[in-house]
Design a binder for this molecule. Structure first.
Ligand code: NDP
Length: 453
């Protein structure tokens, strides 16, 4: 067998790549990893982590308002963006350090530079060094996609949000997906006047219809000026910001415009096609259930494969890769019933089939309740939460669970265990309620709201 410099070369230091490199090295493999930007990737540096900290920051005004309703004398105060950003930067430095030291302690050789493929076993680093590897793992993630449309040259993308010198007075957000909706809520909470244009009928395409409606209502209630069926017609730089004309006829000047119009895999210019790796229609690396590409020595995990673009999924793909390749235990990646949360305000947690999906497959019973929860109702808020179960009418198995509520992400994580285990509606009902909570409704809904199919 040919000799190689290393057993494994990982391109990309995000959640998936770092985990695979570390675990392979801990198992005794010689491993190198190249990252051209900061260690930690999208999730840690410009995604999940800083975003969630911003969600916490943005929730403070509503919490203060609620505190007043509960009898506290508190004044509004003001938000100090530079102070928050400094703390955020310190926290991200800390996390980046943990990722780096985890690799170093496991014995992984780190190259802080760009790496490209030369052939199925050779990598070339930006400084010209060549490294040969028995296996190569591509975990280069994705980046924001900026469609060619009016205003694109003036617009910022989500990566830029964390580096703003000051918060703008007003912002127009284009898009209706995860990032657009999460940042609409965050920025509105921080005091920015937010307008959002979404080209479709309702935001968060692909999620349960009722849940989407309730999230949209909640976002509007919290001050997001949301326009569906609308997109940019014209845009130009003017005094004070960017003048925009929408397809709804509205004209206004916004200090900033954010394009949250999706993400694309980072596959350009890294020698993939030259090495024989096949790409899909959106530039994603095509892999089999073991994350192996058409080139047997090259594997790919995470967002660059465009399967399910979530950090915990990339991590599982990385672990399964190590198990398959280094532990002689072929482990396919399980992409079924992956729960997720959208950190909108109100939050959305989901696992399994939506009502719309389930009804195309067979008869279902839909159990749903929407109500004003005790805590915010006491404070006079009209906001509603929703708990919903989609049940197979024949097998009684819970096919989907959808929650719109504060901390819905925390709730869906727990409900997802039961759904993943294949629990029936009757098994949900056998579980005693925890009172008084919002989530108790998941085990106390006795009569279906409707039967479909
Ligand atoms: P999404 O695919 O979720 O949303 C993209 C949005 O942009 C959609 O509303 C889409 O509309 C719209 N859009 C696309 N092209 C155009 C165009 N040319 N003109 C106008 N609108 C357009 O992408 P995101 O960037 O928000 O998120 C990327 C991925 O990252 C997510 O799919 C998710 O996997 C992950 N993510 C997960 C988070 C979480 O777990 N909480 C948070 C953030 C990201 P349409 O619906 O009509 O196609």
């Amino acid at each position: 067998m040919a000799d190689f410099d290393v057993d494994l070369f990982v391109i990309g230091g995000g959640s998936g790549g770092v985990r695979a490199a570390r675990v392979a090295a801990q198992g005794g493999a010689t491993v190198a990893l190249a990252e051209e930007s900061r260690m930690g990737g999208t999730c840690v540096i410009r995604g999940c982590v800083p975003k969630k900290l911003m969600v916490f920051a943005s929730a403070a005004p509503a919490a203060l308002q609620e505190a007043r309703a509960y009898g506290w004398e508190v004044s509004e105060g003001s938000f100090d963006w530079p102070a928050f950003r400094t703390r955020l930067d310190t926290e991200l430095d800390r996390l980046e350090g943990i990722y780096r030291s985890g690799l170093q302690n496991a014995g992984v050789t780190i190259h802080d530079q760009r790496a490209v493929l030369i052939d199925p076993h050779t990598i070339e680093l930006a400084d010209g060094t060549r490294v040969t590897a028995r296996h190569i793992l591509v975990a280069t993630g994705g980046r924001p996609f900026r469609p060619e449309m009016a205003g694109a040259e003036h617009a910022m993308v989500s990566d830029d949000l964390f580096h703003m010198e000051a918060l703008p007075k007003s912002m127009l957000i284009i898009g209706g997906g995860f990032i657009a909706c999460e940042f609409a809520g965050i920025l509105a909470g921080l005091g920015v006047e937010v307008t959002q244009y979404y080209r479709g009928e309702q935001i968060l395409r692909g999620f349960d219809g009722e849940a989407r409606g309730l999230v949209a209502d909640g976002m509007r209630h919290r001050g997001v000026n949301l326009h569906c069926g609308t997109t940019l017609l014209e845009a130009e730089e003017r005094e004070g910001g960017i003048w925009v004309k929408g397809t709804n006829g509205d004209e206004a000047v916004y200090e900033r415009v954010l394009f949250a119009t999706g993400r694309v895999p980072n596959t350009a210019g890294i020698g993939l096609e030259e090495a024989g790796v096949r790409l899909g229609r959106h530039g994603e690396i095509l892999v089999n259930e073991y994350s192996q590409t058409d080139v047997p020595s090259i594997y790919a995990i995470g967002d660059v494969t465009g399967r399910i673009n979530l950090t915990p999924v990339a991590i599982r793909e990385g672990m399964a890769f190590v198990e398959t390749v280094f532990n002689a235990n072929p482990t396919p990646v399980d992409h079924e019933l992956v729960p997720s949360a959208v950190y909108t305000q109100p939050e959305l947690g989901t696992v399994g089939l939506t009502e719309e999906e389930a009804t195309t497959r067979g008869p279902v019973e839909v159990y749903a309740t929407s109500f004003r929860p005790m805590r915010s109702a006491f404070a006079g808020s009209p906001e509603r939460v929703m708990m919903k179960l989609i049940v197979d009418a024949e097998t009684r198995i819970v096919l989907g669970c959808h929650i719109v509520a504060p901390e819905a992400g925390e709730m869906i994580q727990l409900a997802a265990i039961a759904v993943k285990m294949g629990a029936t509606k009757e098994q949900f009902d056998q579980t005693c309620a925890v009172h008084p909570t919002m989530a108790e409704e998941l085990v106390t809904m006795r009569v279906p709201a409707r039967r479909v199919g």
